[in-house]
Design a protein around this ligand. Structure first.
Ligand code: SF4
Length: 267
């Protein structure tokens, strides 16, 4: 696939077909960089990573965390033959205000076409995602191999995002409750297919109470929504692990991917 509108942007070929993020297999970043929008962004891991390379000529993050399009990455999932779960824009936010609607449309076209993968789109710009899913992305929103999610770190900023998500014409909706910063209380899980919960990690990490996570787990089980406990977090997340009440929770929604086509028919 060729994206003529953006062909003049830089072409970069590095790929991230493996990820250490527990709930995905790979990351795909046709956009890089972002700006902070709510308390969950305070210790943004993507910013921390990207800014380490600001000014390093030739590095993918030579421009640090400044938002920019990377059209050379658009076709990348079409070249990955093995089906995998792909976290879209792990280093940015697809619905950031500096990403044009047309470019989001190009990303959506690739996801629709690469239907042997499962795409996980996660945003804090939930209103824009809702508006686009209800208009020009309506057909893409019906596809079960593309999952649309919002970040929920607290009640004030996170719960309105859940409402936007529920109002969006999406077939598969999910919540990433990370970093969980307070008790969310009762949340409506109607129309939600998956919930991930995690505590913050890294320097300065804000602690997550066990009761906050258990409350969400119990609500998920009552509503029969798959629950994934990602991590406790903390300054050294390897020490705190990812067991909750004596076990791990690695539940996923059951939307089977379409089999991989034979060589030569994907591009
Ligand atoms: S929206 Fe996500 S990528 Fe953007 S600054 Fe916040 S945490 Fe980082």
């Amino acid at each position: 696939m060729r994206c003529s509108v953006y062909a003049l942007f830089s072409v970069e070929t590095s790929m991230s077909d493996q990820s250490k993020i527990e709930w995905t297999d790979a990351t795909w970043n046709p956009v890089r960089g972002c700006t902070k929008i709510s308390p969950g962004c305070k210790f943004c891991y993507a910013e921390r990573f990207a800014e380490r390379f600001r000014g390093v000529v030739g590095h993918a993050y030579e421009r640090g965390f400044d938002p920019r399009l990377v059209p050379g990455k658009l076709v990348e999932p079409l070249s990955w033959r093995r089906p995998r779960m792909i976290f879209v824009n792990s280093m940015s936010d697809l619905f950031h205000e500096q990403v044009p609607d047309d470019y989001i449309g190009e990303v959506a076209k690739v996801m629709a076409r690469a239907n042997w993968h499962t795409f996980q789109v996660l945003t804090k710009r939930s209103r824009r995602m809702m508006d686009l899913l209800n208009t020009r992305l309506r057909d893409v929103g019906k596809l079960t191999h593309i999952w649309w999610g919002v970040s929920v770190e607290n009640r004030k900023h996170g719960l309105p995002r859940v409402a936007h998500l529920r109002s969006a014409a999406a077939r598969v909706r999910f919540l990433s409750v990370e970093p969980l910063l307070e008790d969310l209380g009762k949340i409506s899980l109607t129309g939600i297919s998956w919930v991930i919960v995690g505590g913050e990690s890294g320097p300065g990490a804000r602690p997550m109470e066990k009761e906050w996570a258990l409350s969400i787990r119990d609500q998920c089980h009552r509503a029969q929504v798959p629950f994934f406990f990602k991590q406790w977090g903390g300054v050294q997340k390897s020490r705190t692990g990812r067991r909750l009440a004596g076990r791990t929770y690695d539940e996923f929604p059951d939307f089977s991917s379409i089999p991989v086509p034979e060589n030569g028919v994907r591009l």
